[in-house]
Ligand binder design. Structure first.
Ligand code: PHE
Length: 449
């Protein structure tokens, strides 16, 4: 099909929810607690918050400027702004990153779906902490069960993205995001009743700076990129559908605050329970899944809360996964002139293949690994700590140094209407602070600094 019409978001609230929906996902509720737990707690939180403000927010704005100036997908944008230059490589990098992230993301989303079905069947109620762990391990080690759930998730996301920008993405996000926030706050309030509340709070909020190493810093940076959906053109793609002149820096600051708050609220909901039930904070990717069912089992209305929580986590995963899928779909439609449906089918098939590999690599008996990590951990670390941060580094360099300055200013201020005073500080940060900061973190990780 030729000339597939480009979609557009219809309302400012819809855009905001779609962007927040992309940002808020498994990254906040599953990944943030497990990264924080592996990296010693409070000090990681501080690093993370500083980097959200200094690196994350400027890059969200930077990506929005690119999409707004071009109304193209991730590859087309760079091609249009810098024809014949190597910057377009950032676009191709984004596509690779999209596959690597969805390859493990859909597995975790599949775990979430499995927990949702367990919750509906009321299976947590009579289980002890060790029984919950055993049943979870049985599920992961079966190999085929996580694959089946991941398949279900891929099909669902493909269906939503297939409906297009306004009917699919905007509509779903508008309903799903607000309900997510309400549920999470309720869960955090409930944490105050747990025995481990003060131990959990101490772990989360009392920094121990001796825990900071070059790994911690890179992990925190990777988490910032992952959680804000930056460094891979998702924000470029979403902003290319925005027709209205909104106040860009302000609306993106709101999204960054929402995203960070949700991660912190998730931490408040989870760490008291971790300490109450004697689970190791450094448990890894299964942390949330092993911890929370114990909380639900003990609660008077636990049956309903469990269902609500896993439904919410699944929703968060969907709204994020569809943003990645949309980024890749927009690219394929523009680049190969194929229909939206065909693009989605090919891309989802590729994603599912990777999901199969990462699910199987968690089966201990099969011993599938790459560079000493199982494929799941490999994809997770590779994408967040390296691909996203590199994508972000080059995007910052592009916006700061290669983007036509007049056009940049015009796009940033919506033709002089908003945030004129923020333009210069933004330019300084995107030119110097972001590239130098990210480069230094890399160099110190590989031992040069
Ligand atoms: N930000 C999403 C989350 O926190 C994940 C994501 C990463 C989405 C990169 C889009 C791009 O779960």
């Amino acid at each position: 099909m030729k000339n597939e019409k480009r979609g557009e978001f219809k309302s400012n609230f819809g855009i905001m929810m779609a962007v927040a929906g992309s940002a808020v996902g498994l990254g906040n509720i599953w990944r943030f607690p497990y990264m924080l737990g592996e990296n010693g707690g409070g000090a990681f939180l501080i690093l993370y918050i500083v980097m959200v403000a200094a690196v994350g927010l400027p890059l969200v704005v930077g990506e929005f400027l690119i999409g707004r100036a071009t109304h193209r997908g991730v590859v087309g944008s760079f091609r249009r702004l810098a024809p014949g230059k190597p910057w377009v490589g950032i676009g191709y990098l984004a596509i690779v990153t999209g596959f690597t992230i969805l390859g493990f993301y859909s597995v975790i989303a599949g775990w979430t779906t499995r927990f949702l079905t367990e919750a509906v069947a009321n299976n947590f109620a009579n289980q002890s902490a060790s029984e919950i762990t055993t049943s979870f391990n049985g599920f992961v080690q079966s190999g085929w069960q996580p694959i089946l759930y991941a398949l279900g998730f891929c099909v669902l996301c493909a269906w939503i993205v297939g409906r297009g920008v306004e009917r699919g993405i905007e509509k779903f996000n508008k309903i799903l995001m607000p309900s997510l926030i309400v549920l999470l706050v309720l869960l955090a309030l409930n944490s105050m009743r747990l025995d481990g509340f003060s131990a959990g709070m101490e772990f989360l909020f009392k920094p121990d700076f001796s825990k900071i190493t070059s790994k911690t810093v890179l992990d925190a940076l990777g988490q910032v990129f992952f959680t804000l959906s930056i460094g891979m053109g998702v924000m470029i793609t979403y902003s290319s559908y925005v027709k209205r002149d909104e106040n860009l820096p302000r609306s993106k600051a709101i999204v960054a605050v929402i995203d960070t708050s949700i991660a912190v609220v998730a931490g408040i909901a989870i760490f008291p329970a971790v300490f109450t039930f004697g689970i190791a904070p450094s448990e890894g990717p299964s942390l949330v899944f092993l911890t929370l069912p114990n909380v639900f089992a003990q609660l008077p209305a636990g049956y309903f809360i469990a269902i609500a929580f896993f439904a919410m986590l699944l929703i968060a995963a969907i709204t994020s996964a569809i943003s990645i899928l949309e980024m890749m779909t927009a690219y394929a439609i523009e680049e190969f002139r194929i229909s939206r449906r065909a693009a989605i089918v090919y891309i989802s098939a590729g994603v599912f293949l990777l999901a199969v590999l990462s699910a199987l690599s968690q089966v201990k008996d099969l011993n599938i690994s790459l560079f000493g990590l199982n494929i799941f951990d490999f994809l997770d670390t590779l994408s967040s700590n390296y691909l996203l941060t590199l994508g972000g580094l080059f995007t910052a360099l592009f916006v700061g140094w290669a983007f036509d300055v007049k056009l940049l200013r015009k796009t940033f201020t919506s033709n002089g209407r908003y945030s004129v005073g923020f333009y210069r500080p933004f330019l300084f940060v995107i030119r110097f602070v972001v590239p130098v900061g990210v480069a230094m973190i890399f160099l110190s990780k590989i031992g040069i600094l």
